[in-house]
Design a protein around this ligand. Sequence first.
Ligand code: 5GP
Length: 237
Amino acid sequence: MQKGDLLYAGKAKSVFLTDREGILLVEFRDDITAFDGGKKDILDKKGCFNAKVSAYIFRLLTENGIPTHFIDMVDDRRMLVRSLSMIPLEVIVRNVAAGSMSRTYPIAEGTPLSPPVIVIDYKDDSRHDPMLNDDLILALKLLSAQELARVKDLALAVNSVLVRFFESLGITLVDFKIEFGKAGEDIMLGDEISMDSMRLWDMHTGESLDKDVYRFSKGDVMEVYRRVAEKICAGGK
Ligand code: 5GP
């Protein structure tokens, strides 16, 4: 497999074409950013931890019947994925009120949410990812009603698998953000699922085990990422 031209460089990942039709190479860089890029740093090996965790979670989801773009790891920070036509939505699933939910609405951080709450934002940094509702998603022709129902079903299916998995590790999956793309008519999970895109709390101590450590300068973010990646990739053993 030959690495081709750079297709897209995001805040923490770069995506390259390959010599294989329909297959892309995703490189997880060591950049870390928060607050719409207002805070940024480069942290040695951060990309490796996120790549490893994403690969583990994509495999876990595949085993549970959830379609993802993941094909295989190439090395410790690069993975091969199926090329998707990405849908510009950030699908957030919340099991516990935290972050922007508790800042925006009168609900205390730590309040359990049952059933889980799905929030869908329009992915556009220049507009600060505004929140959508079903009618707006249809009006903006981002998805058909049937596709929207499928996206929500998949998001809840991902949540069920991950809540159970993290529970077995003594970790509460507070919330997470995922992105979907289309391969023909099929909707699949794309992008990544890592400590950058999930909010994880130690079930016993409440310690943050995710990017909030970086966002709010709560401690040594790389020590936390290393510890969590090891725990996740040991698979609950
Ligand atoms: P909040 O809306 O509370 O800031 O975020 C909810 C969840 O979605 C958190 O787990 C957060 O990490 C994730 N999330 C929200 N927006 C983004 C984003 O633009 N990029 C990434 N990687 N994760 C996000």
